[in-house]
Design a protein around this ligand. Structure first.
Ligand SMILES: [Zn+2]
Length: 545
């Protein structure tokens, strides 16, 4: 497991705004959702230390079989251990110290009765043998599973993706995000003539006498379950070494043989990305594992240290600028966005998918920081502001806890704009950069809650941001600056806000920029002109009465 945070939770987040502005319908959750999304007693007594996933993949039959060896440290007395594996995959047997163990099956959760004493503080392991025809991805990576595709030469092109759905869709594991394994070995056997690329670094490759090959990939850092992936194809490889903040970093690229020349040109965005993100967020978090881009038959995913790529070698998002500002066509969206997740998703990881904005909000925000790094501050602002058109404000950004339920898709564009607005309040770009870097060092290789992130930012800025985050993350209301200008007097206030929301805002009055400090009560100011201009960097609405 990742180390617990050292930051004291000093500021409590008020949750009494939950009833305000919530248009979200209460979903109906099942017993299975609870088993999947809760830190059950059968999970909480043990701490993951190591996995060896050893899997044989047969693309011809779309069949997989293998074993996960789960190593864990005992924290509390208990002898029943929960492992997850989703139907139609089947557990064949579970073995500890040579003894076959009884398993109680409850849908996708499997409760193993251990026979040996489980001494507190000691490390044990269980081998879970399994097989089956795993769920096929419907629309990878959003509705994931196995993508069994063929490349243009009719060769097998196979990849996994499983965020949200869960890694237990294809291998047995402790499928809850709070507990990350410390390191992991991934051994994949596949037909000869094809290569498998997984996370971390290739330790060895062996040829078997049944026309298959086995590759062993070692991940030297904590990794979240959905980050683990296999990618099998007719890959060719090229690489470079990037001189980064922590020294030389291997950048490895695996692409289909016929895309080599295109990739060599197009992937020049990778070292550019690394330079910008190390500047903003601090050192790449997984130097030991290197960084890879791996071509896949779907759009892409932030698989840790083996970011998968399927953006068709186009700039933008499949050739489109999602910001409409023009800046979105200056870079490959998938390279920049998915690699941004190495800091926010893979380094700092949500404990519960309800807090997924910590991944997507910060990573979408990273796109405009990339733009700013190369094209200036104005360009970055235009990019993030341009993304507002995609915000729907129909559901809250924070999802529902303990049932594996993420919040609204607004966590991307709105999340980015919340951070952009926050930066205005801090009024100190270097401090803001140090906060972004600080998040990545204080929560280095940890799983976190949104409250931890919110509190850290409040502490570092010295601004109590409780209402700010409650407003934007926990309601769908957008603060509305209501004002009236009459007889040389500006009257203004906030409406559509949670209790005690009093965010200052920058406006231009009489051709001069100045701060106003509205709250829910009317305030007045003497002015000369008959109009004011609200700084567009703030994600707010305005209404002149
Ligand atoms: Zn993302």
């Amino acid at each position: 497991m990742k180390k617990l945070t050292l930051v004291l939770v000093l500021i409590s987040i008020s949750v009494n705004c939950f009833s305000q502005g919530l248009l979200q319908e209460k979903s109906n959750f099942t017993h299975q959702d609870t088993l999947r999304g809760t830190i059950t007693p059968e999970r909480s007594w043990w701490d993951l230390t190591y996995y060896h996933l050893d899997v044989n993949i047969n693309p011809e039959d779309k069949f997989i079989s293998g074993k996960t060896s789960v190593y864990y440290r005992v924290l509390k007395d208990n002898k029943e251990l929960q492992i997850d594996l989703q139907e139609p995959m089947k557990i064949n047997s579970v073995i500890q110290n040579g003894k076959t163990l009884a398993v109680r099956h409850d849908g996708n959760a499997h409760f193993i009765s251990l026979k040996d004493d489980q001494e507190i503080g000691k490390v044990y392991s269980v081998d879970v043998f399994y097989e089956g025809y795993p769920k096929e991805a419907v629309r990878a990576p959003w509705d994931g599973g196995f993508s069994w595709k063929k490349d243009d030469n009719n060769k097998h092109f196979v990849a996994t993706s499983c965020q949200g759905l869960g890694a237990s869709v294809w291998w047995p594991n402790k499928d809850h995000m709070y507990d990350e394994v410390d390191s992991m070995l991934i051994s994949v056997t596949n037909p000869k003539g094809l290569s498998n690329i997984s996370n971390g670094k290739l330790r060895s490759k062996t040829e078997n006498n049944d026309d298959t090959v086995t590759s062993h990939w070692f991940v030297n850092n904590p990794i979240n379950n959905y980050g683990v992936n296999v990618n099998i194809g007719d890959y060719v490889h090229f690489s470079e070494v990037y001189e980064g903040e922590k020294g030389p970093l291997d950048l490895d690229y695996y692409v289909l043989s016929y895309n080599l020349e295109k990739a060599k040109e197009h992937f020049k965005d990778t070292p550019k990305m690394m330079k910008a993100f190390e500047h903003w967020f601090g050192p790449y978090p997984f130097y030991e594992d290197g960084f890879k881009l791996v071509e896949v038959p779907y759009l892409g995913m932030e698989h840790q240290s083996s970011v998968t790529y399927g953006n068709q070698y186009k700039k933008g998002y499949l050739g489109r600028d999602i910001s409409g500002s023009g800046w979105g066509l200056k870079f490959d969206y998938i390279i920049i966005h998915e690699a941004g997740h190495e800091w926010f998703a893979n380094n700092i990881t949500y404990k519960d998918i309800a807090d997924m904005w910590v991944h997507e909000g910060f990573t979408t925000y990273s796109e405009n920081l990339f733009v700013e790094y190369y094209y200036g501050k104005q360009a970055g602002s235009e990019y993030v502001i341009g993304q507002r058109k995609g915000i729907s404000n129909k559901r809250t950004i924070i999802g529902e806890y303990n049932v594996n339920k993420g919040g609204s898709g607004d966590m991307y564009s709105k999340g980015a704009n919340i951070l952009h607005t926050l930066r205005q309040l801090i009024e100190d770009d270097e401090k803001w950069r140090q906060i972004l870097r600080g998040l990545n060092s204080v929560f280095y290789h940890q799983t976190v809650t949104t409250e931890q992130v919110e509190n850290y930012i409040s502490q570092q800025t010295g601004i109590d941001l409780t209402e700010f985050f409650n407003q934007y993350l926990r309601t769908t209301m957008i603060p509305t600056f209501e004002y009236e200008i009459q007889n040389g007097k500006l009257k203004y206030r906030w409406t559509n806000i949670v209790n005690n929301f009093d965010m200052p805002i920058e406006v231009t009055i009489d051709s001069k920029k100045q701060w106003l400090f509205p709250n829910s009560e009317w305030k007045t100011l003497a002015i000369k002109s008959d109009g004011i201009e609200i700084d567009k960097d703030f994600y707010v609405y305005s209404k002149e009465l």
